[in-house]
Design a protein around this ligand. Sequence first.
Ligand code: NAP
Length: 278
Amino acid sequence: MTQLIDGKRISGEIKEELKAEVAEMKAAGREICLAVVQVGEDPASSVYVNNKKKACAYIGIRSEAYELPESAEEEELLALVEQLNMDPKVNGILVQLPLPAHMDADKVIRTISPDKDVDGFHPVSVGRLWIGEKGFCSCTPAGIIELLKRSDISIDGKECVIVGRSNIVGKPMTALLLRENATVTVAHSHTKDLKKITKRADILIVAAGKQQMIDDTYVKDGAVVIDVGMHRNEQNKLCGDVDFEKVKDKVSAITPVPGGVGPMTIAMLMNNCVETAR
Ligand code: NAP
């Protein structure tokens, strides 16, 4: 029987644990505050920002919303970030991406203090991750490690293949799997004979951003498959980078879309917020 890796349940467990921890912190007089900055009114960004605020409210983290108009100058945003860096009441800073085209997202990310970088995108956070120092890690890959661990899937010594090398998913995933003693291969759009490589995987993590590109011919019998992709198909239903129906009977465990990796990202963001106060 294929194990369905239940991100909804596991993210719920994590949120309950965090809620209890935050309640203890509050009782000891410590409050956590996340500053959420949004520029413009992109509808998808507004949904993400609202979900983050709701998760904060549920766990007991105070969230402060900062909204700048689409037409705001980059200097205005940088000044706001600097002000939040200096504010001792603000523990974490999140600038919702993407930013308008006239703003340099890398420059904005570099302006956030690494000690408040709850998204884990600052180069200092990335460096800390690679050398094994304590710091913030990008939330989606951190969530995948939790999904595997809490589903009793061991990583140590496993052959792991990641399809995708983005700064947000593929690269930090590589560092985290190495930390867990996996042997890691990273594939990307220039990789030759992708199938040959993905079929080696005991654990296959797909973050290519290509709807249902991975079918059963890419997967070894009994592998564990983690699908990071998020798309809407022709029927307007959510689906991933993996063709779930074709793959599910061949593997030992798989994440569904929706309900797999997706819910873990916010849970790990909340964990990073709590980490600022630990
Ligand atoms: P991205 O920045 O577009 O990166 C995609 C990566 O996949 C790139 O490294 C690219 O290679 C590689 N790739 C593309 N086509 C390929 C192919 N045919 N064969 C092999 N490699 C290929 O995407 P991302 O931000 O990492 O996100 C990936 C997917 O995950 C998207 O669907 C996104 O919506 C989803 N996502 C979901 C969550 C969540 O919380 N559930 C979070 C983040 C992302 P090159 O580097 O050579 O271009």
